[in-house]
Ligand binder design. Structure first.
Ligand code: NOJ
Length: 531
């Protein structure tokens, strides 16, 4: 693997949903200064980069993914001065800033759209997709048609997401140039990388009738990131690459596109729809991850290790179905993923084992996807059933405020937050976690320390010892004679036998172990250095 990617393997990225991380000015909404307040906490946890969900100017119909100015900050989150201070505070701690970059669409209140809708022959007319008639039956990801009629222009425009998120027309070279300018603006301020929102949608495949993976996709990604002046950046695409060929095209070092992508197959495991409750089979999750790890290794690609983000209910809750073994499952999942080879991404609250939230009424939700989809569900089910589905799959499950202590608003804010605090705030918060013998935070801290200090874990080979039918995952990472054995047991007690090895226990979530082999409890994990 080339040097650049090898360095990226050391990255442990913490994803921040700024609206819900820490409110520093008492308005019930998280902000940039709140993030700055918590940088020492993050450093202590062992992360060395943060990915900030969008904090640009935005009317907030999709919580910042509807940008009205790429080169300014949302009023609720602070100012340009605050973000500059964030960058310098991060850099002084040797941490990086990964900004969310949203290239597929802008808010309809963006100046480009406001101009574009005025006529068919102004400099911005072709910045978006305008047609006299809807071109196909594409649907918006947030329900309903993806085509919206605009009275002023007298034409339809495409919106793959909310009506107020118009898709940019990348086939117009002026749009490509504008987006290069946005990237340059932020790198001049010292940003170290970008998480690229639905980047696989910037080229549409009109012929195959899909609004993604169009024929010019790689040309556009290359136009953004194949340039000399941005070659140092870390870039991670939100992509739905289904096979190694696609992954290679997106992320091979020599192609000058993205550094890596979020590969979603393991997240989708066993799920027909986001809103239909179904527990993922950890054996399948394990096998999918092993397959991608192996393929990435063979092709010198960078894999990304993650289980959570701001669009998914907590993986922990999906796996355990709210089981009592919260500490055990949260820590076992950490060992299952973050001792493998890849860029590690942790979503805020994951390091405390926070579970998915639950809301009693549809009025308690804020997320546009959930609110729209609730109306869809009502067409075929009762309000009670619809609410159950929404509660299971809603993005608001993970968007509740981070709980720093056990006070009414979880130490997130002094006033009532923009969205309800987690009902389990008394037990699921940093202060209580740290006071407990079973601290998820401390387990993460130890694990990340171990990760950072071990070449075997960072870049060693992977040997899987468990078999497909096993309800556990046993693997060895090895480099230059250093051998680390990881045992992760799933939901049932298991007798695990690893022959001919003697190991010293480095990390566990259950008990001291002198022997590697033995009976493992539900969600028990143990990590050994082998002699
Ligand atoms: C993916 C983002 O993660 C999600 O939160 C957003 O709503 C859509 N892209 C549209 O930008």
């Amino acid at each position: 693997m080339n040097k650049k990617y090898q360095n990226f393997l050391k990255m442990v990225i913490y994803q921040i949903y700024p609206r819900s991380f820490r409110d520093s000015n008492g308005d019930g909404i998280g902000d940039i200064n709140g993030v700055i307040e918590k940088l020492d906490y993050l450093k202590e946890l062992g992360v060395n980069a943060i990915w900030m969900c969008p904090c640009y100017k935005s009317p907030n119909d999709d919580n910042g993914y509807d940008i009205s100015d790429y080169c300014d900050i949302m009023d609720e989150f602070g100012t340009m001065e605050d973000i500059k201070r964030l960058i310098s505070e991060l850099h002084s701690r040797e941490m990086k800033l990964i900004m969310d970059f949203v290239p597929n669409h802008t808010s309809t209140s963006h100046k480009w759209f406001q101009e574009s809708r005025k006529s068919k022959d102004n400099p911005y007319s072709d910045y978006y997709y305008w047609f006299d008639e809807p071109q196909n039956d594409w649907e918006s990801a947030f329900s309903g048609s993806a085509w919206e009629y605009d009275e002023m222009r007298g034409q339809y425009y495409l919106h793959s997401y909310a009506v107020s998120q118009a898709d940019l027309n990348w086939d117009n070279p002026a749009v490509v140039k504008e987006m290069q300018g946005v990237i340059d603006f932020w790198i001049n301020l010292g940003v170290d990388g970008f998480r690229c929102d639905v980047i696989d949608q910037i080229s549409k495949d009109w012929e195959q009738n899909q609004n993604m993976f169009g024929p010019r996709l790689h040309e556009y990604i290359h136009a953004l990131f194949g340039r000399e002046e941005v070659a140092h950046l870390f870039t991670i695409g939100e992509c739905w690459c289904q096979d190694i060929e696609e992954l290679y095209k997106h992320t091979a070092f020599e192609r000058g596109e993205l550094s890596t992508v979020f590969q979603f197959n393991h997240m989708e495991c066993g799920r027909e729809s986001k809103f239909v409750p179904k527990t993922p089979d950890l054996r399948e999750v394990r096998d999918i991850v092993i397959d991608w790890e192996t393929l990435c290794e063979e092709h010198n690609l960078l894999y990304t290790l993650f289980t959570d983000n701001h669009d998914q209910p907590q993986f922990l809750s999906r796996v355990t179905g709210y089981s009592k073994l919260r500490y055990e499952a949260a820590t076992m999942l950490a060992a299952m993923f973050y001792l493998l080879k890849g860029v590690s991404v942790i979503y805020q609250g994951q390091e405390l084992g926070m579970t998915a939230a639950h809301y009693d009424a549809i009025e308690d939700f804020d997320d546009i996807e959930s609110i729209n989809y609730y109306q869809e569900l009502l067409k075929t089910m009762s309000p009670k059933e619809a609410l159950e589905g929404i509660n299971f799959g809603s993005r608001d499950n993970t968007r509740h405020p981070m709980c720093w202590d056990d006070s009414e608003y979880g130490g997130f804010s002094d006033v009532k937050p923009w969205i309800a605090v987690h009902s389990e705030v008394k037990t699921q918060n940093l202060k209580t976690d740290l006071a407990s013998e079973k601290s998820v935070f401390r387990f993460y801290q130890k694990l990340l320390k171990l990760r950072a200090s071990s070449d075997a874990i960072l870049s060693g080979s992977l040997q899987v010892l468990s078999k497909k039918e096993d309800r556990f995952f046993v693997y060895v990472r090895e480099a230059d004679g250093e051998k680390i054995l990881v045992i992760c047991n799933f939901e049932e007690p298991s007798e695990i036998l690893v022959e001919d090895v003697i190991g010293t226990l480095l990390l566990s979530n259950y008990r001291e172990r002198k022997e590697v082999s033995g009976l493992y409890a539900p969600y028990e994990t143990a990590v050994f250095e082998l002699k």
